[in-house]
Write a protein that binds this ligand. Structure first.
Ligand SMILES: Cc1cc2nc3c(=O)[nH]c(=O)nc-3n(C[C@H](O)[C@H](O)[C@H](O)COP(=O)(O)OP(=O)(O)OC[C@H]3O[C@@H](n4cnc5c(N)ncnc54)[C@H](O)[C@@H]3O)c2cc1C
Length: 380
């Protein structure tokens, strides 16, 4: 058992943090205020090997595994979790293509994303069903050599900017509840697709989120991902493997809160002394630091086990759950430590506070994580 990161991952970590400070930092406030998605930053990140770092080199990625992916996500989120998401989620959905796609599909869809030439999106959630993954209603009906897809997808990250979607559809309505689904790759320029950007998000406002409707959208049956009727299980596997990355977002955001808080505690004078010289301040910083370190252990372990081909998906759910809690906790304390200045956008902690909450909502709500972990405890 070795808790030290290998040298190459330490170098990756330093490089990703420098990229975040130099490239994400200067645009952070404007992108947040104006809900601005910036494709240029994704291209620049791709040039630096930061898009799809988990993708093996033969398909255009950096071959850094899930641990490398988490380390990069952590460092980007330490500066701006929303813009970091634009980079991290550029490959969203490609995980399923990597696991279940044909050789041709992998080269056609994953490689251009890693090169910064395309953006993907995973279109699963629907207006009437999110947590209830088996409750989705979008239909794909066979017609000749095609599928014809009709339905609505909600809250899709990259939904209005992506080049293709991995769509969860019902192809076998008469099968048992969980066996009705299949995943299909749908190019975004296919006739019948309407995408509507969602405005007014509380946080991660620089990321693109959209409602996407499919009205008799026709794609060849060769766009099927894996086997028919396996879509539900493929999606569960997708969530299991991407959870450590989402947990790494919360890890980075929490670390960012601590970074800003320590800096402010040294700078700010209260009652004629630095804020950091008061024990209540130390208690807050200490609580943050301990929770972050515990979270880091959980996230890295969950990621490493995936890389070592002995995944522990309950651990991944635990990491995701703790990540949301830690991020909300640290962001709250960071705002408190900044006093009134924490409440205005001269300091980034108010943005961290708004960004943090999504970690308890997307990629499985915290209640969904509790169900996953709880079921495991009762059945192991
Ligand atoms: C910014 C953003 C980005 C997103 N990106 C994507 C994306 O890229 N792709 C995608 O497909 N989706 C995406 N989502 C959707 C997200 O994953 C869902 O919003 C989430 O899964 C919750 O679904 P819901 O909103 O329908 O809530 P619901 O499922 O309606 O849940 C409402 C509440 O009920 C609780 N609940 C549900 N079932 C139970 C139960 N059995 N027991 C107790 N409590 C329960 C939930 O935990 C929640 O508190 C995104 C959402 C947002 C806000």
């Amino acid at each position: 058992m070795d808790f030290e990161l290998p040298e190459e991952l330490n170098m990756l970590k330093d490089m990703a943090y420098k990229f975040a400070v130099n490239e994400l930092g200067p645009m952070s406030q404007e992108c947040d205020r104006e809900e601005k998605y910036t494709p240029e930053i994704v291209k620049k990140a791709a040039e630096n090997g930061l898009v799809g770092p988990w993708v093996p080199e033969e398909y255009g990625g950096a071959g850094a595994g899930m641990l490398g992916n988490c380390i990069i996500t952590e460092q980007l989120s330490r500066v701006d979790m929303g813009i970091g998401l634009n980079i991290g989620a550029a490959t969203f959905g490609c995980e399923a293509i990597y696991f279940y796609g044909t050789e041709e599909q992998k080269r056609q869809w994953i490689t251009p994303v890693c090169e910064g030439k395309m953006i993907s999106a995973g279109a699963y959630t629907e207006p009437d069903a999110g947590t209830d993954v088996a409750g989705y209603r979008t239909r794909a009906v066979k017609d000749g050599d095609d599928y014809v897809i009709t339905g609505n997808k909600m809250f899709i990250t990259n939904g209005s900017v992506c080049d293709f979607y991995v769509v969860q559809t019902i192809t076998h309505p008469d099968e048992k509840r969980h066996n009705r689904f299949s995943q299909i790759i749908v190019p975004a320029n296919t006739p019948g697709i309407t995408r509507t950007k969602i405005h007014g998000k509380m946080g991660i406002r620089s990321s693109d989120t959209a409602e996407v409707s499919f009205e008799e959208v026709r794609v060849p049956q060769t766009n099927l991902l894996g086997a028919e009727t396996k879509g539900f299980y493929q999606l569960m596997h997708f969530f299991d493997t991407t959870r450590p990355m989402v947990a790494a977002q919360g890890l980075g955001l929490s670390q960012g809160c601590l970074d800003h808080s320590v800096r402010y505690a040294k700078e700010r004078q209260v009652f004629g002394a630095p804020l950091g010289s008061f024990q209540i301040t130390l208690a807050k910083l200490t609580e943050m630091a301990i929770r972050i370190e515990a979270l880091r252990g959980l996230v890295y372990k969950a990621a490493l086990l995936i890389d070592e081909d002995r995944p522990d998906y309950t651990l991944a759910a635990m990491a995701k759950y703790l990540s949301g809690q830690t991020a909300v906790f640290c962001a709250n304390l960071a705002v408190e430590l900044h006093g009134g200045y924490g409440y205005i956008d001269e300091y980034p902690v108010q943005k961290f506070y708004r960004d943090a909450k999504i970690l308890e909502l997307y990629e499985g709500t915290k209640e969904a994580e509790i169900m996953t972990i709880g079921r495991y405890l009762l059945t192991r």
